[in-house]
Structure formats: structure tokens, C-alpha cells
Design a binder for this molecule. Structure first.
Ligand code: PEP
Ligand code: MN
Length: 356
């Protein structure tokens, strides 16, 4: 699916070098809390302030956001500190209120990007504006649903689109609140390299003690930016208290990150990488030839089995072969998981070829 996108570096909000950073509290709670947090963030160069005005909570009766009055506080952040402001929208009403109060960027939350009805409602409400929109991944790991959400916005004429990877709901026992599921994010990244890509380590982690490692990982994977929850008094926060950082702690976290360049124009680097890539290309070519030879032998085995009236699938033989490969791979430092995935794919193709 083709998306017509303007990269975030051209929206006029985000400063390079990486990481581009959006920070602010989970929720706007009071005018004082919003202003004090914004002051702390502005003090070390954060240009884009976030705060949830309408909060999607699991249980009714939890704090569900201050609503429209909070947009006036965001406007005050803009006027006082010259920061850009962003908040979450989940309906037409939210969008119209954001436009009215001069919100600079909106984001779509994980529970909303999973819902095509709401995505269409938001896209329709934004049509005719050039509002930048950041789309969080849906709660479930469904790449097409995520892309579909972006498509709906794009068809409504919105081109300033970016994504925020915040991990996926899981029932597995993991230390984080959400499964980082980096693989899916990287798949999206490689399909749409021009699209600005944020990670949200706060919602991924659920606990501030994991923020550093997840932020570093996001940078190592070459993502453009981070959206991090920051509150002037995290322990007093009305939502997501455990995962928020003071502005000072966020500053320290950002300073601790090791940022490696995505690409380098340096000539010596280019020569080195080109030589290594040439070796990889040759190995891949040999792999293809070997695979073809293997398939030819498989086909011959299929004919032989047929001539002797023997079933194609011999599970005992396959289990033995896989077991041998797993132990030989271990000696070469290749994991059981990797070799099993490779051999299973090869074996499936062999069975298919034998049946032809
Ligand atoms: C948020 O950013 O405050 C939020 C509710 O995030 P998510 O949609 O990722 O759960
Ligand atoms: Mn939150």
C-alpha cells in the first residue's frame, strides 16, 4: 500500500539530531501541574509537549481526563514557552476541539487505531486540515490494521503522518507492561522509510526502571524519536504514576543514550560496507543454488517414494534431521529457534515439491 507522506523533519517541529523528543505528562491534571512540567521540559530544550486531555481508561471511574478546559492550559504552554503541543484524539468531537484551541499535533491511541470506525471518524473530521497525526500501533499486533489506520488518514488528504510504537498487549509473563514486539515495528519501518517513527518506552515499560533500556533499543534500531511521559511529581500523577519521570530524570536519560548514525556518508565507511555487502550477496547467491540442488534431490526422492508406494511425509526422518541440525547449529552459535524456522521452511517446500 502506497502512502504519500511528508517526513517529520519537514513539519517544522522536531529538532535533529535524534532522538526527536515529545514529552509531557500522561494526563493534564491541573493548570499548575501542566505549566510546571512544561517549564522543566522547556528548560533543557524539549520543543514538543504532550498531555492527555481525554483519557482512555480500563475502568470507568478512573480519572478520565480534564476535558476541554485542559486545552486552554496547552494553549498557555504554547504562549509561555513557545513549545508545540499535542494530545490524543479518539473522536470527531476531540478533533474539532483540538483544531479550535490550536493544538499542533494530535495522536491516535492504541485502543483507537484498532477501531476502523473511529479511525474513519477521525480522518473525516481532520479532512481539509494539514494537521500532523501520529498513529500509535493498535493494542493487538496487527500490522495491516496499523497501516489501514494510516491509509484512512492519507485518503483524507493528511500527509504529515508518523507512527508511535508502544508495544502490544500480551498475556505472556514479561517484565514490561506491553510486549515490545520490535519485529513488527521494524517491518513497518522498512515498508515506509520516509515515515517518522517514534517509540513510546513509557507505555511499553509500564515502569520507569525500564525506560533507559527500551529507549536505547529504539535508538539502536534506528527509530527517529521518543515520546516519553514526564511529570513534575511522578508519584502524585493521577494516571500512569509508575512510568513517569521528572523532567530532570528525562534529561539524564536522554543524555545517557548512545546514538549511532543510521547511515554514514563517510568514504571509508562506504568502501567497508560495500565490500561486506558484496560478500553477503555472494553467500546469498550460493544459498539459492544450494536450495535449488536440495529441491532437485527432494523431487527425485518424491519420485522414488512413489515408485515404491511409500508415503511422502516420514515424520520420524524429519524429526531426526531437525534434531541433528539443531545440535550442529548450536556448535556454530546458531540458535535452535533460528535453525528450526529455517529448516521448517525448507522442509515445507520439499514436501510441496515431492507432491507435484
Ligand atoms: C497515552 O499516551 O497516554 C496513552 C493512553 O497511550 P496508549 O494509547 O499507547 O495506551
Ligand atoms: Mn499514559
Amino acid at each position: 500500500m502506497n502512502l504519500d507522506i511528508i517526513p517529520g523533519t519537514e513539519w517544522g517541529f522536531f529538532t535533529l539530531p535524534r532522538p526527536m523528543c515529545i514529552a509531557g505528562p500522561c494526563s493534564a491534571e491541573t493548570e499548575e501541574q501542566v505549566m510546571e512540567t512544561a517549564e522543566g521540559l522547556n528548560a533543557f530544550g524539549i520543543h514538543v509537549f504532550r498531555a492527555g486531555i481525554w483519557k482512555p481508561r480500563t475502568h470507568p471511574g478512573s480519572f478520565e481526563g480534564v476535558g476541554t478546559q485542559g486545552l486552554k492550559w496547552l494553549r498557555k504552554v504554547k504562549e509561555t514557552y513557545g513549545m508545540k503541543v499535542c494530545t490524543e484524539v479518539a473522536s470527531e468531537k476531540h478533533v474539532l476541539e483540538c483544531i479550535k484551541y490550536g493544538v499542533d499535533i494530535v495522536w491516535v491511541g492504541a485502543r483507537t487505531s484498532a477501531n476502523p470506525f473511529l479511525m474513519q471518524e477521525i480522518a473525516d473530521a481532520l479532512e481539509g486540515t494539514d494537521m500532523p497525526v501520529l498513529v500509535k500501533n493498535p493494542v493487538n499486533p496487527d500490522l495491516d490494521l496499523w497501516i489501514g489506520a494510516l491509509e484512512r488518514l492519507n485518503r483524507a488528504g493528511l500527509r504529515k503522518l508518523g507512527v508511535i510504537h508502544r508495544g502490544f498487549s500480551t498475556s505472556a509473563a514479561i517484565p514490561y507492561r506491553n510486549d515490545p514486539g520490535w519485529k513488527l515495528a521494524i517491518e513497518l519501518r522498512s515498508r515506509y522509510p520516509r515515515m517518522t517513527f517514534f517509540a513510546d518506552p513509557s507505555h511499553m515499560a509500564g515502569d520507569r526502571k525500564y525506560l533507559q533500556e527500551l529507549s536505547q533499543r529504539a535508538m539502536d534500531l534506528g527509530l527517529d524519536g521518543l515520546m516519553v511521559e514526564s511529570h513534575h511529581c511522578p508519584d502524585c500523577a493521577w494516571s500512569d504514576a509508575k512510568q513517569q519521570l521528572t523532567p530532570k530524570d528525562l534529561q539524564h536519560l536522554l543524555e545517557s543514550l548512545v546514538i549511532r548514525e543510521n547511515t554514514s556518508e563517510n568514504d571509508a565507511y562506504r568502501e567497508g560496507i560495500d565490500a561486506l555487502r558484496a560478500r553477503i550477496d555472494l553467500i546469498d547467491e550460493n544459498l539459492l543454488k544450494l536450495l535449488k540442488d536440495r529441491m532437485d534431490v527432494s523431487r527425485a526422492i518424491g519420485e522414488y517414494k512413489r515408485a515404491h508406494n511409500v508415503a511422502i511425509l516420514q515424520t520420524g526422518r524429519w524429526e531426526q534431521l531437525l534434531g541433528d541440525m539443531v545440535s550442529r547449529a548450536a556448535e556454530l552459535g546458531i540458535s535452535a529457534e533460528t535453525i528450526t524456522a529455517i529448516m521448517t521452511a525448507i522442509h515445507d517446500e520439499s514436501v510441496r515439491v515431492q507432491k507435484l
